[in-house]
Design a binder for this molecule. Structure first.
Ligand SMILES: [Ca+2]
Length: 230
């Protein structure tokens, strides 16, 4: 009993001291996380059209199939200022999911990713690309990419979208997607011949005339997460 009484007394004393102690924030901890896993529908829709992006808009415009992963903070598919992995480079230059799929499977083996998801490509902008991703409290982040095609090494996607908020899984979220230059090729037009960059440059937000007009960056797609109810 004695320790409990001592604790109770300390509590009274602390409270009696007024605002300075009682207003102190709780010790730094991880943010509250949802208790279990969740599943989301992932929907990518193109907003990259001849009307929105008239500069040299190419014939045969399409998106490669999306490929993505749910993961923790130790893994991401791309980051501005970081050189592309071989997987991101191939995805951005040829729309191929390999070897990015192998990189994601390695992250899964290392415990840093939970699952890989992918879809077929998109040619008709009235349609969408759709996939399903599972997240859990240890892997609440989602990254996804697809090639803007044809192009030298331009892609769109999102990195590190957190589907947990205030200890719960969000119901729905839409993210506006921009064009990126992976840094794997030096081509400057949609149909430029291969001009492999060595060493690789860092990935940047694409700032060329194809995607920026009168100082305004024009988004190329939307990405929507809709939580599935089971
Ligand atoms: Ca480039």
């Amino acid at each position: 009993m004695r320790p409990m009484i001592a604790m109770a007394l300390l509590g009274v004393i602390a409270c009696g001291k007024g605002s300075s102690n009682s207003a102190a924030p709780p010790a730094a901890t991880q943010p509250a996380m949802p208790a279990g896993p969740a599943e989301y529908r992932v929907i990518v829709k193109s907003t990259w059209t001849k009307v929105s992006h008239p500069f040299e808009y190419p014939s045969g415009a399409h998106f490669s199939g999306m490929i993505g992963a749910s993961h923790n903070a130790k893994y991401s598919i791309f980051a501005i200022g970081r050189r592309p992995t071989p997987g991101l480079e191939h995805l951005s230059e040829e729309g191929k999911h390999s070897p990015l799929d192998t990189e994601i499977r390695t992250a899964i083996d290392q415990g840093n990713a939970l699952m890989l998801f992918e879809s077929g490509g998109l040619k008709n902008w009235r349609d969408s690309m759709v996939a399903t991703v599972r997240v859990d409290p240890a892997h609440p982040l989602v990254s996804v990419v697809n090639m803007i095609a044809p192009s030298p090494d331009w892609f769109t996607g999102a990195s590190d979208i957190n589907l947990a908020e205030n200890g719960a899984w969000i119901t729905r979220r839409t993210v506006t997607l921009y064009a990126y230059d992976s840094g794997g090729d030096d081509g400057t037009t949609y149909k430029a011949k291969d001009k492999d960059t060595n060493p690789k440059k860092a990935t940047t937000r694409a700032a060329n005339r194809h995607f920026v007009s009168h100082g305004r960056v024009k988004p190329v797609a939307t990405l929507t997460f809709v939580r599935k109810t089971s």
